[in-house]
Design a protein around this ligand. Structure first.
Ligand code: SF4
Length: 462
C-alpha cells in the first residue's frame, strides 16, 4: 500500500503515499478507522541473502562477539493435535520424539556454547516455545532447561519461559520444569467455553483448564500467564465476558489478549466455509471485545503493559516479549527456531532429517538468511513505543532524520480521529489506537522505508 511512491501534489517532489493510513472524518475510530489490520511477520522488510553465500556469512555471525544482552529462543515443533485456528502447527507429537528432540538441542547448545556470539554477553530471557513444549516428558523438559543454563551465559535474573497448554502438562511436569530453572509458564487457553474449545480442537473442558491453572498458581513457583483469543467462531459478548471474569479470578500473573487471525486455506477457514462452524467475529466485534476486556481488567486493578498484555503482579516481567519488540538480539536453538543478531535474521531448518544431514556434513542447519533493513533500529524503537502506548517522536527522528516531519500529517490525522493524542513530541495511543496498533506500525514502518537509503548489495554490507 504505502510502499508506492507518488508525487507530492503541492511540492512536486517524490514522497510516500500516506492516504491509505489517513482516517476519514466522522468515522468511529474504534471500529472504522481502517479496513483491516495487516499481518506483518517478523523480518518482512529484510533482504534475502544468496543461499550459496549464507553459510560463510552465518559462520562470521557466530564468530562475532555481542556487546548487547540477548534472548534465546528454543523451538519445539510438535503438538498433540492441530487446533483449527492455529497457523503454527508443524508436526504431530510422538512420545518417542521427546528424548531424540532434546538430545538434538542439547548437542546444538554444546556446539555453539563457546562461540563468541553465544559466550560474549548475558542471555536475559529464554523462551521455550512452539509448538507445544509442555508435551515433552518431564525428564526431557528438565534436561533441556538444565542444558540451557549450562551452555548459555544465563543472567542471574534471567526470565525462563515454558510455553504450552494444559493438556498433558500437570503438576509433576510443572515442578520438574521449575526445579530445573523455569520461572514462567505461558499457556494457550484461548477460551474457557467448553463447547467452543471442543469445536476448535482443544481437548480439556474449561473447568479442567481453570482447575489446572489454579494448581499452577498455588505452586507459587513461577509467573503464570495465559493467552485468550477474541473473535472466535461462536463467541458472543457474554461468553467473552465470562472468559475475562474467569481468567481474572484465578490468581494469574498475566493475561495476553489476541485477536483471531484466520489463515487463508487453513482448517478454520475451511470449517467455516463448509458451514461446520459459525462465522468468526468481524473487526468491529473484535474491537469491542478488546476494549471490553481492557476496561474490565484495568478496573479490577490489572496493569496494561503492552498492546495485548496485562499484568497483576510484579512477578510477571514479560521480558522476552519486550526484548523482541525492542529489537534485542535473539539466538535460535532447535529445529524451526528463528533468530536475529548482528544485522542478520535466519531460521533453523525444521525438518529433523535435513537438519541431521546438514549437521553430519559439518554445515550450519540454517536457512532463509537475510539482512535486516537499514531502518531496523528506528523500527524497533517505533514498535517498542507503540507496544508501550507512547512514541517519543524525536527519538525516532534521531535514528531516521526526516521522520518527525514526514509523520506529522499521520499523527495529526490520528489524533483528530481519536486514535491517540499528540503533545510534547509524544504520540500516545488511545484504546482505539491500541486496537489498530499493527496498522499504525505498518504505516510508520513504511514511512521509515522511504526515508532510508536503498539497501546495497549484501556482499558489500555483510
Ligand atoms: S494452538 Fe498451540 S497446541 Fe494448538 S496447534 Fe497451535 S501451537 Fe499447537
Amino acid at each position: 500500500m504505502i510502499h508506492a511512491t507518488v508525487i507530492d501534489m503541492k511540492s512536486g517532489t517524490a514522497g510516500p503515499d500516506l492516504s491509505a493510513f489517513l482516517v476519514p472524518s466522522g468515522v468511529d475510530p474504534l471500529t472504522q478507522a481502517f479496513e483491516r489490520r495487516p499481518f506483518a511477520p517478523p523480518g518482512h522488510a529484510s533482504r534475502p541473502i544468496d543461499p550459496e553465500e549464507a553459510e560463510a556469512i552465518l559462520r562470521k555471525v557466530y564468530a562475532t562477539p555481542r556487546t548487547q544482552a540477548a534472548a534465546a529462543y528454543v523451538h519445539v515443533p510438535y503438538c498433540q493435535n492441530h487446533c483449527l485456528f492455529c497457523g503454527f502447527f508443524q508436526n504431530v507429537w510422538r512420545p518417542e520424539a521427546s528424548a531424540i528432540y532434546v538430545d538434538d538441542v542439547v548437542a546444538e547448545l554444546e556446539r555453539h556454547a563457546e562461540t563468541p556470539l553465544v559466550a560474549s554477553a548475558p542471555i536475559e530471557a529464554v523462551y521455550i516455545g512452539g509448538g507445544t513444549p509442555t508435551a515433552l516428558h518431564a525428564g526431557d523438559l528438565a534436561r533441556l532447561i538444565a542444558a540451557l543454563r549450562t551452555y548459555l551465559p544465563i543472567a542471574p535474573d534471567c526470565e525462563i519461559t515454558v510455553e504450552g497448554r494444559s493438556f498433558d502438562f500437570g503438576r509433576a511436569k510443572a515442578l520438574a520444569a521449575v526445579e530445573a530453572g523455569a520461572n514462567r509458564f505461558s499457556l494457550g487457553v484461548q477460551t474457557f467455553d467448553t463447547g467452543t474449545r471442543r469445536r476448535l480442537g482443544r481437548k480439556l473442558s474449561g473447568d479442567e483448564v481453570a482447575a489446572f491453572l489454579a494448581e499452577l498458581v498455588a505452586l507459587d513457583r513461577a509467573s503464570i500467564v495465559i493467552d485468550l483469543i477474541y473473535g472466535l467462531p461462536g463467541q458472543t459478548a457474554d461468553t467473552w465476558r465470562t472468559d475475562i471474569e474467569r481468567a481474572a479470578e484465578i490468581g494469574l500473573d498475566g493475561i495476553s489478549l489476541y485477536a483471531l487471525n484466520i489463515w487463508r486455506g487453513g482448517p478454520l477457514a475451511k470449517a467455516i466455509e463448509a458451514g461446520k462452524l459459525p462465522a468468526a467475529g468481524d473487526l468491529a466485534a473484535q474491537a469491542h471485545a478488546y476494549v471490553a476486556a481492557l476496561d474490565r481488567l484495568t478496573a479490577l486493578g490489572w496493569n496494561q503493559v503492552a498492546q495485548a498484555h496485562v499484568v497483576r503482579s510484579v512477578r510477571e516481567r514479560n521480558r522476552y516479549n519486550r526484548m523482541m519488540k525492542a529489537g534485542s538480539p535473539c539466538l535460535p536453538f532447535g529445529p524451526g527456531a528463528g533468530g536475529h543478531v548482528h544485522g542478520h535474521r535466519w531460521r533453523n531448518v525444521i525438518d529433523m532429517e535435513n537438519r541431521g544431514e546438514m549437521i553430519a556434513a559439518g554445515r550450519l542447519p540454517a536457512e532463509g538468511l537475510s539482512r535486516v533493513p537499514p531502518f531496523h533500529r528506528a523500527q524497533s524503537v517505533l514498535s517498542a513505543g507503540l507496544e508501550a502506548g507512547e512514541l517519543v517522536v524525536s527519538t525516532i527522528d534521531a535514528l531516521a532524520p526526516g521522520f518527525a516531519a514526514a509523520a506529522q500529517p499521520l499523527f495529526d490525522n490520528w489524533a483528530a480521529a481519536g486514535l491517540g493524542s499528540l503533545a510534547d513530541g509524544r504520540f500516545r495511543t488511545s484504546r482505539a489506537g491500541a486496537f489498530w496498533m499493527v496498522t499504525l506500525a505498518s504505516a510508520l514502518t513504511s514511512l521509515l522505508a522511504t526515508l532510508s537509503p536503498p539497501m546495497t548489495d549484501h556482499r558489500r554490507t555483510a
